[in-house]
Design a protein. Sequence first.
Length: 319
Amino acid sequence: MSKRFYIALVFGLCLFSVQTYKTEAAYKYYRTITVTSTLTVASGTQSNFPVLFNTSSTWLMTSSTDSVNGRIQNVKGLDLVFTTSTPAASGSNWDCSSIKAPHEIERYTSSTGEMVAWFLGSTMAASQVYYVCYDDPTITTTQEASSTVWDSGAKGIWHHNTLNNTSTDSTSNKNNGALTNGVATSTSGVIDGSLNFDGVNDYVAITSNSTIDLTGNLTASAWFKWGGGGTRNYILDKNTNKYHLSLNGGGLNNIPQFALVGTGNCVPVGSAISAGVWHLITGTYDGITCKLYVDGVLVANPNATVTITTGGNLIIGCL
């Protein structure tokens, strides 16, 4: 199985349809979430796939904020869950707790109805339908299971949430990063937050451990925005070049590359990118081929046999 690192990801674009009403306590409402286009899904049907739920709406406001439209009772959004099958009627309410899917709330703003969350979808394909249940005033504790949203193949998921100003790992590995030398936070990102590196000496450090000591198959992926300049712009780097994503292809600071170094090397290199815009960079290795994708497009795929050198910290950001 490929080992994976994700820094900020978009897996699916989902739209809403059909609100169903029930009254009284427990989950009073549910809505359908429909995958509306094949463009939001990688080729084929994906199984047990994290799905992004990213929207703002009046129904996601708390009822104390908007007594007419607000349907969330808890200021932290705790009375909201996702399901992969149709909720069953339970008296005058909906039974969602017994079929809920693991989810993680990355960001919730009760006053505006903004929510960024991830849930584990059973199947991901065009026209796939999921459900979100909400409005239960009796719920006061979290229903989240963030480490279950991301399977055991995921070694680190860092959202860089603007509200928490942290680099917290959502997986069960808890590879939390230490912001070092004045990393700027609370800046805008593609999904939620991001970190702003000065390109001189600030970075996020994840302490060396066995879960990030990857020697073979892996996937590393990140959203980034290059400000221009710099000489060796690391996006993600393990122990100085054991494996990394960077802007340093051919020694040029605007060329993306993915590098694996150890017994054998593999360094697929892309083409020049534009500064000041967000790009998605992904590197994969399956034991045979190193592939580099930029903005979803395969740009290089050399073959190589590599056993990556282990040891050392994992660094996010420019050094």
